[in-house]
Design a protein around this ligand. Structure first.
Ligand SMILES: Cc1cc2nc3c(=O)[nH]c(=O)nc-3n(C[C@H](O)[C@H](O)[C@H](O)COP(=O)(O)O)c2cc1C
Length: 141
């Protein structure tokens, strides 16, 4: 398989209701299973970061759909590169709220998420790699 990883950041134009988010995730999950895509969607304040893993063309087409989705704005593709293996191999779409008070050892993730959200130009690529490396380590544990 021509495995790729794609990382994008975006913003919520207004707070999304829990129900709305749940529906979005449920639908996306079903579609990702069919497309053999695995993914992590992170919410941090009004920011979103999504990591998508799958076939190159599948991800390109899916990203085009996601980018034009009016439920979020300022969508920026930060990273799209070949990968040796999936990080989120078990999850069609898993959701992580970095504002969740119960989330353990979240400081490092918040810091990396901040760095990526604030990054521009070449930095978007390098900060994406830092985030991917962090998750790669975490899922091994
Ligand atoms: C933040 C965000 C993340 C999304 N993630 C995915 C995803 O991982 N997979 C997916 O199929 N759709 C995702 N979507 C939905 C797509 O933008 C689009 O609505 C969907 O692919 C359309 O599928 P349909 O035409 O089969 O209904 C996401 C939308 C938003 C706003």
């Amino acid at each position: 398989m021509n495995l790729y990883q794609l990382v994008y950041v975006s913003k919520l134009p207004k707070p999304m209701k829990g129900r709305e988010l749940k529906l979005l995730i449920e639908r996306a999950k079903i579609k990702n299973i069919n497309l053999d895509v695995t993914s992590l969607l992170i919410k941090f304040d009004t920011n979103l970061i999504q990591i998508l893993e799958g076939n190159r063309h599948t991800l390109q087409e899916l990203y085009d759909d996601i980018e034009s989705d009016s439920r979020h704005i300022n969508v920026r593709n930060c990273y799209f590169e070949p990968a040796e293996q999936r990080i989120f191999g078990k999850w069609a779409l898993t959701f992580l709220n970095l504002n969740n008070e119960k989330l353990k050892s979240k400081e490092r993730l918040q810091e990396l998420a901040h760095q990526l959200i604030d990054a521009r130009g070449d930095d978007e690529h390098s900060k994406s790699i830092l985030l991917l490396d962090e998750f790669s380590e975490r899922v091994k544990q």
